[in-house]
Design a binder for this molecule. Structure first.
Ligand SMILES: C[S@@+](CC[C@H](N)C(=O)[O-])C[C@H]1O[C@@H](n2cnc3c(N)ncnc32)[C@H](O)[C@@H]1O
Length: 451
C-alpha cells in the first residue's frame, strides 16, 4: 500500500534542499518525480508548479513577505521562511486555491514540523498577505529601474547591473520576461534512426503535442507528456532532449566524414551525441568529463542510442594529456559556466551564483582552454561555448584566447540560418538571448588553429 503524501509538505522539503542544502532544482524535482511516480498527474503538476514557481519568483515573494512581517525574511527560521514562500506563491499566483486553504495548510505543516510556537506567526503573516496583497507597492520603473526589474522578475541586482552595462534596458527587460514564459521541452530527432515524420507521428500517437521550432529542421517542441523515459520513441533512441541553442554547437562545429572529435566537458553528452550522429558512424567522438557519475550518465545515453563511433571517457580537462596533442579535427570546449542563459529552466542558479563565484568560474574556463587548445590539429577547429549571457565569460574570454594562443576566429555564417546572422556571427561568434532569440541564452564561438 502506498503512503499518502502531503504535496505541500513535499514541496517544502524540496525547497529546503535547494535553498538550504545547495541542491539543484532540476535534479531535486527529477528525483522526486521519479520516486513518486504513483502520484496522480494533477498532484505532479501542482507539485511542479508550486516548487518551480516559488523559486522563479522568490525575490518578489520575499519582497511581499517583507511588507507584512515584522521579522525580516533573512532572520526567519529556514523552514518557516520556505513555508511562507510556497504559501505566498499560491496566494499570488494560483487563484483557484482559496486563501483560507493556503493559510490553514501552512499552519498545519508548521505544527507538524514542531514549530507550535510559530503557528500564530505563520497564520498572521499569511492572512495579512492574503488581505493586502493587491495593495503592495512595488518599485517604480522610472525612478528605480534596476530595483523594478529585480523585484518584478526576481533577478538579483548584481546580474542586472552587469547586463545593463552591455545591453539596452529594453533588451534586459525582454530577457527577464522570457525567463518567466513557458519553457517547453525541445528535442533533437536522430535522423539516422527515424525520419522527422516518424518521430512526430509516434509522439502524437502517445497523446503528446508536437510543434516545429525555428532555426533547425530536425528540432521539435513537445508538450503534455507525463514521464519522458516512458515515451516509446525516446526508449528507441529516436530523440534526445536538447535545446536548439545547444544543437547549434554541433551545427557550427560542422564535422566532416571521418573527423576525430574531442569534447572535453561533455556530460550529459548532448553535443557529443549530436556530433556522432552527424558523423554517421564514421570518425570518432571522445566524450570526456571529470567524474565517474557523469561518465556513467553519458554511457547510458550512448547505450540507448547504440552509438558506435563515440566513447565516454573519464578525464579532467585541466590536466594535460600528452596522448591527445594535435589529435582533434574538432575540439568542443562547452565549459562549466555561470548558467545565466538558462534561468528559465533552472531558476535557482540565479540565487546560487555571485560575482565572486563567477570570477572563479572564469579562472577555470581559462585553465581548461589553456590546457586543451594543444589537442587541436593545425587547421582544426575549436568551439568555445557557454550557456550564459554576458561578456565576462564570453566575449572577454574570446579576446583573451585570441591574445594568447595560435588561433583565429572563423565565421559561423555558413552554418546558421539567415535569421541568426549578424556582424558578430560573421566575425565568429553568436550570443543568443532568450526573448530576443527563440532559444536559451547561449554563446558559441568558432576558432581555427593557425600554427
Ligand atoms: C556545460 S556542461 C557540459 C554540457 C555538455 N557539453 C552537453 O552538451 O551535454 C559542463 C560540464 O563540464 C564538466 N566539468 C567541470 N569541470 C571539468 C573538468 N575539470 N574537466 C572536465 N569536465 C569538467 C561538468 O561536469 C559538466 O558536465
Amino acid at each position: 500500500m502506498t503512503k499518502t503524501v502531503n504535496i505541500r509538505e513535499l514541496v517544502l522539503e524540496m525547497l529546503m534542499q535547494v535553498t538550504e542544502e545547495g541542491g539543484y532544482s532540476h535534479i531535486v524535482l527529477r528525483e522526486v518525480l521519479e520516486k513518486y511516480q504513483y502520484l496522480e498527474k494533477r498532484d505532479r503538476s501542482f507539485l511542479t508548479r508550486v516548487f518551480e514557481g516559488t523559486l522563479e519568483n522568490m525575490i518578489q515573494i520575499d519582497y511581499i513577505i517583507g511588507c507584512f512581517s515584522k521579522v525580516k525574511v533573512e532572520d526567519m527560521k529556514p523552514l518557516i521562511r520556505d513555508l511562507l514562500r510556497l504559501s505566498v506563491y499560491q496566494l499570488k499566483y494560483m487563484d483557484s486555491i482559496p486563501d483560507s486553504a493556503v493559510c490553514n495548510e501552512a499552519v498545519k505543516i508548521a505544527q507538524r514540523r514542531g514549530f507550535y510556537n510559530l503557528k500564530g506567526f505563520v497564520n498572521g503573516v499569511l492572512r495579512s498577505v492574503a488581505r493586502g496583497i493587491a495593495q503592495v507597492e512595488y518599485p517604480d520603473e522610472k525612478k528605480e529601474p534596476e530595483k523594478f526589474l529585480s523585484v518584478t522578475y526576481s533577478m538579483p541586482e548584481w546580474i542586472l547591473e552587469k547586463w545593463l552595462l552591455q545591453f539596452d534596458y529594453a533588451v534586459v527587460k525582454r530577457i527577464c520576461e522570457a525567463f518567466h514564459e513557458e519553457q517547453p521541452t525541445t528535442i533533437r530527432c536522430n535522423l539516422n534512426m527515424a525520419t522527422l515524420e516518424e518521430v512526430s507521428e509516434s509522439l502524437k500517437g502517445e497523446g503528446i503535442e508536437v510543434k516545429k521550432v525555428p532555426y533547425l529542421d530536425y528540432a521539435l517542441q513537445i508538450r503534455n507528456y507525463n514521464y519522458l523515459k516512458a515515451i516509446t520513441s525516446f526508449k528507441k533512441g529516436w530523440f534526445q532532449v536538447q535545446d536548439v541553442s545547444s544543437m547549434l554547437v554541433a551545427e557550427i562545429a560542422a564535422p566532416q566524414w571521418g573527423d576525430y572529435c574531442i569534447d572535453v566537458c561533455a556530460a550529459p553528452g548532448g553535443k557529443s551525441l549530436h556530433l556522432a550522429d552527424k558523423l554517421k558512424g564514421s570518425g570518432y567522438v571522445e566524450a570526456r568529463d571529470v567524474t565517474d557519475y557523469k561518465v556513467a550518465l553519458m554511457q547510458e545515453n550512448i547505450d540507448r542510442i547504440n552509438s558506435v563511433n563515440m566513447e565516454a571517457v573519464l578525464a579532467d580537462a585541466t590536466v594535460f594529456d600528452p596522448k591527445s596533442v594535435e589529435k582533434a579535427d574538432i575540439l568542443i570546449a562547452d565549459v562549466p559556466c555561470s548558467g545565466l542563459g538558462v534561468l528559465g529552466k533552472k531558476a535557482d542558479i540565479k540565487y546560487k551564483m555571485s560575482a565572486a563565484k563567477q570570477q572563479e568560474i572564469i579562472k577555470l574556463q581559462r585553465k581548461i582552454l589553456d590546457t586543451v587548445y594543444q589537442y587541436v590539429k593545425v587547421g582544426g577547429t575549436l568551439i568555445y561555448s557557454t550557456c550564459t549571457i554576458g561578456a565576462d565569460e564570453n566575449q572577454y574570454n574570446v579576446k583573451w584566447f585570441l591574445d594568447h594562443y595560435p588561433f583565429r576566429l572563423d565565421s559561423i555564417d555558413p552554418y546558421i540560418s539567415d535569421e541568426l546572422k549578424s556582424k558578430s556571427t560573421k566575425a565568429g561568434y553568436l550570443q543568443l538571448l532568450p526573448g530576443v532569440h527563440k532559444a536559451d541564452g547561449f554563446f558559441i564561438s568558432r576558432f581555427k588553429r593557425i600554427s
